[in-house]
Ligand binder design. Structure first.
Ligand code: MN
Length: 136
């Protein structure tokens, strides 16, 4: 597997938790991440995502802002409230494209923002920047 080949270079592969209820969006994010050498964890509800975040030791969390059992801000608050995930970067993934949304999400405490549909060409650099803030 490509992920293993890259990880064998010395660094542990970084692990990204994708919390997303839309199967197509979930598959695209997972496939792109795996192609670029990341390990992935997936959850389709906020509850499942919070539980997996607490036990799965993710390095980064991609959080759909509209989930069947909660919105992004409520889910972010739960993640920030747990010792295991308080310091893990959380990136909002949203279809809303209104101006001001980025500032609103960053002010709310998200570490970053991705709009849907994901840009498969820009995605690797975006993810690298989120995993290692300040490195890009
Ligand atoms: Mn959704």
């Amino acid at each position: 597997m490509l992920a293993r080949a890259k990880a064998a270079g010395g660094n542990m592969a970084e692990r990204v938790l994708i919390i997303e209820d839309n199967e197509q969006n979930l598959k695209l994010a997972r496939d792109l991440l795996q192609y670029h050498g990341y390990e992935t964890l997936v959850a389709r509800t906020a509850a499942e995502g919070v539980a997996l975040a607490e036990t799965g030791n993710p390095d980064l969390i991609l959080l759909d802002d509209r989930l069947p059992d909660g919105d992004g801000l409520a889910t972010l608050a739960r993640l920030r409230g747990m010792d295991a995930t308080a310091a893990v970067p959380v990136v909002a993934v949203t279809a809303s494209a209104m101006s001001g949304d980025r500032e609103r999400l960053l002010q709310a405490g998200f570490d970053g923002y991705l709009s849907k549909p994901l840009d498969s060409r820009a995605f690797p650099d975006q993810i690298r920047g989120f995993c290692r803030p300040g490195s890009t």
